[in-house]
Design a protein around this ligand. Structure first.
Ligand code: GLP
Length: 260
């Protein structure tokens, strides 16, 4: 796991966008794993800026959302399909038919989850997965206790996550209890994972998943087993790390050609 501590969200957005740009130039039909939440927004803004400025081309790329609420009607502004569309894919030239998400409106949920796994496999798997992290250490919507081998499935949200996400709804009562999420096993199959965390409210979760034991109680800790996981942090999110100076020193002295 590579930990990179940067001065702010703009720098994080630029570094992650560099990796995505390099991927798209090497592999124009790259498969991007897309996350919602506020953490990836600076990355999307930077990619949109590069699309507008230098024509960074997404025309052959595809995108797969990490997760989705169950039961929100299609087109609901807070459904993750809509959020991804609004925040990113409608702002670049990725064909809408190449953008996928788990179907939270399906009547046969297990079948919808199976179909989603098959759709990811059919395009050759995810090349680069973007992630945020919940204050309880969840990634996607894999709450504490999630199996490290899990695939896309239905999950129940814990109250803390519902409270964290209530800001997007008119109140806590409107936050769905159920979600579909790529499993930890699905996320671990991505060839490169970039997790972004910013702000002091994430410091404890970051400390636990980066430097704590690998345990299902902290789902993001599974990334310690990933062969190519990059963790991009601002100073506040990095503030509880024991080895922060070591991560800074390592990154500062990294050969420039290596990228992240
Ligand atoms: C939600 C999403 C996660 C996201 C998390 C943190 O629970 N399902 O994918 O990582 O929120 O969001 P934020 O980046 O806004 O803190």
């Amino acid at each position: 796991m590579e930990v990179v501590i940067l001065s702010g969200s703009k720098q994080i957005g630029k570094l992650a966008a560099d990796a995505i740009e390099e991927l798209l130039r090497r592999k124009p039909n790259a498969v991007l794993g897309l996350a919602t939440g506020s953490s990836p927004l600076p990355i999307y803004d930077e990619l949109v800026a590069r699309y507008e400025r230098v024509g960074l081309d997404f025309s052959r790329a595809s995108g797969f959302a990490l997760d989705e609420y169950v039961g929100l009607p299609a087109g609901h502004p807070e459904s993750y399909r809509e959020v991804i569309r609004r925040e990113f894919t409608d702002r670049v030239n990725i064909p809408p038919e190449n953008v996928h998400g788990p179907d939270g409106t399906a009547t046969d949920i297990p079948e919808a989850c199976r179909a989603y796994e098959e759709a990811i496999a059919a395009v050759g798997g995810t090349d680069l997965q973007l992630l945020g992290v919940g204050t309880d250490g969840h990634i996607g919507f894999n709450e504490p206790g999630s199996s490290f081998a899990s695939r896309t499935r239905i999950k129940s949200l814990i109250e803390q996550t519902r409270r964290d996400n209530a800001r997007f709804f008119s109140g806590l009562a409107d936050v769905p209890h159920h979600v579909l999420t790529q499993g930890l096993g699905t996320i671990m199959d991505a060839r490169h994972v970039i997790l972004v965390a910013t702000g002091a409210q994430k410091a404890q979760a970051v400390r636990e998943f980066v430097e704590g034991p690998v345990s299902a109680i902290c789902p993001a800790s599974v990334l310690q087993f990933h062969p190519h996981a990059t963790v991009l942090l601002d100073e506040a999110a990095a503030s509880a790390l024991k080895l922060a100076d070591f991560y800074r020193h390592t990154y500062d002295n990294k050969p420039a050609w290596q990228g992240i």
